[in-house]
Design a protein around this ligand. Structure first.
Ligand code: ADP
Ligand code: MG
Length: 364
C-alpha cells in the first residue's frame, strides 16, 4: 500500500504524426494528481484522452516526457517496472493458454524465485477472495470472460502490490457480468485495502467504484473529486455532460430583465426562470450564457402552476422512472420523474425548473 503522486506529468509520443498537432501534441498534458494511501481512484474520460498512457507511465511501461511520479515516498521515474511493486490488469486478460489457473497465478512468483510453499499459501489466500478457488485446475480456454478477468486480477494482486492498476477491466464483459464483477472489485478493494486505480470510459463504473474520480479530456485533467462533487458541481460543460445518465441538459439562454428581476430566458420559447441569487452578481441583462439542468431538476407543474407550456416529443416508461423529451424552442430537453404519469407525443405539460439546481458555464 502506498500513496501515489503525479506532478506535472507530460507525455509526447515521438511517432505521433497527428495533423492537428497543436491540440494533440501531448497524449498527457500537465497532469497532477495525489492519491491517498488505500484510496480507490477512477480515471475517467472518452477514448483517446490519455488514460492508458497515464496508467502505463505509472507502471513504468512508458517513459515520462517530463514531470515526476512518486509511489509512497519514492520517486519512480527511473525505476524499472519490476521495482515499482505494482499489480496490473488490462482489459485483455493475457493469460497463458497452456497453463492452468494455478500456474497462471503462480507464474510471476516463480519468475521471482519465490519458493513453492509460499506460492501455494499466497494462492490459497487470494483464490477465495476472487472466487477462483474452484477453477485452479482449469485451462483459460474453458473459462468465461468474467472468470478470466478474475484470474487476471488474482495474478495482479498475488504479489501484494503497493498499487493495483486496472485498465478497463470490465469492458469485454456483457451487462450482467460487468455488474457482478464491478461489485466484486469493490469488495476486493475493501478486503485488500490496496491503493487502486481503475481506468474506464464508463462514468457509471467510475461513480460506483471510486472514492474520487479524475476526469480527463484531450490529455488534460478536468476535475478531481468525489462522485458527488463531480456530479453536483461540475467545473465545466465537458464534465457536466460526461457525468450522469442521461447527461445534464445544456442549453443556451439569454439573460433578460423585467421589473428589476433577472431571468434565464430559453431561446425561442416562453420558458423563463428567475436567476438564482448565487448567479445574480455574475450575469447581466443582454448576456447569452450556457445553462445546465439535470433531467431530475426539470419538473412537471400542476394546473395552478406558473410553469410555461411545452410539448412532449417522446415519452418513455422505463419501469422505475419515466423519461420525457420535451421541445423548448429549438432544443430538446430530457426530464426524468419517478411519478406515475403517462403522456403521449404532442401532449402539453407545464414545465418548471428547479432554478436553485441550475449550473452556469462559459461565462465570458
Ligand atoms: P485512452 O486510454 O484514454 O483511450 P490512450 O492513452 O491510449 O487513450 O491514448 C492517448 C493518445 O495517445 C491518443 O491520441 C493515442 O492515439 C495516442 N497514443 C497512444 N499510444 C500511442 C503510441 N504507442 N504511439 C503513438 N501515439 C499513441
Ligand atoms: Mg485505454
Amino acid at each position: 500500500m502506498a500513496k501515489l503522486i503525479l506532478k506535472n506529468v507530460y507525455k509526447r509520443y515521438d511517432n505521433n504524426k497527428k495533423k492537428n498537432k497543436k491540440q494533440n501534441d501531448y497524449a498527457v498534458n500537465d497532469y497532477s494528481l495525489e492519491c491517498k494511501d488505500g484510496e480507490f481512484i477512477g480515471i475517467l474520460g472518452p477514448s483517446g484522452c490519455g488514460k492508458t498512457t497515464t496508467l502505463r507511465m505509472i507502471a513504468g511501461l512508458e517513459d515520462i516526457t517530463s514531470g515526476d511520479i512518486f509511489i509512497g515516498e519514492t520517486k519512480v521515474n527511473d525505476l524499472h517496472p519490476k521495482e515499482r511493486h505494482i499489480g496490473l490488469a488490462f482489459e485483455d486478460y493475457a493469460l497463458y493458454p497452456p497453463l492452468n489457473v494455478y500456474d497462471n497465478i503462480a507464474f510471476n512468483l516463480r519468475a521471482k524465485k519465490v519458493n513453492e510453499e509460499d506460492i501455494h499459501k499466497e494462492i490459497m489466500r487470494i483464490a477465495p477472495i476472487l472466487k477462483v478457488d474452484d477453477l485452479l485446475d482449469s485451462r483459460p480456454v474453458g473459462l468465461s470472460g468474467g472468470q478470466k478477468q478474475r484470474v487476471n486480477i488474482a495474478r495482479a494482486i498475488v504479489r501484494k502490490p503497493k498499487l493495483l492498476l486496472l485498465d478497463e477491466p470490465l469492458s469485454h464483459l456483457d451487462g450482467k457480468m460487468r455488474q457482478v464483477l464491478r461489485t466484486e472489485i469493490k469488495r476486493l478493494h475493501k478486503e485488500i485495502k490496496c491503493t487502486t486505480i481503475i481506468v474506464t470510459h464508463d462514468q457509471l463504473e467510475a461513480m460506483s467504484l471510486a472514492d474520487r474520480i479524475a476526469i480527463m479530456k484531450d490529455g488534460k485533467l478536468q476535475q478531481f473529486g468525489s462522485p458527488l462533487e463531480v456530479y453536483d458541481n461540475p467545473v465545466n460543460e465537458f464534465v457536466a455532460g460526461f457525468i450522469g445518465e442521461p447527461p445534464m441538459n445544456l442549453m443556451t439562454v439569454d439573460i433578460t430583465k423585467q421589473d428589476n428581476e433577472l431571468f434565464f430566458d430559453f431561446k425561442g420559447s416562453d420558458v423563463r426562470i428567475g436567476v438564482p441569487k448565487r448567479y445574480q452578481s455574475i450575469v447581466k441583462e443582454g448576456m447569452t450564457v450556457k445553462l445546465g439542468v439535470r433531467p431530475t431538476d426539470l419538473l412537471i407543474g400542476n394546473e395552478a402552476s406558473k410553469g410555461s407550456k411545452v410539448k412532449v416529443a417522446v415519452f418513455e416508461n422505463l419501469g422505475e422512472e419515466r423519461r420525457i423529451s420535451i421541445r423548448v424552442g429549438q432544443e430538446f430537453l430530457t426530464l426524468i420523474t419517478t411519478e406515475e404519469i403517462r403522456y403521449k407525443q404532442g401532449d402539453i405539460i407545464k414545465l418548471e425548473v428547479n432554478a436553485e439546481k441550475t449550473h452556469l458555464f462559459d461565462i465570458k
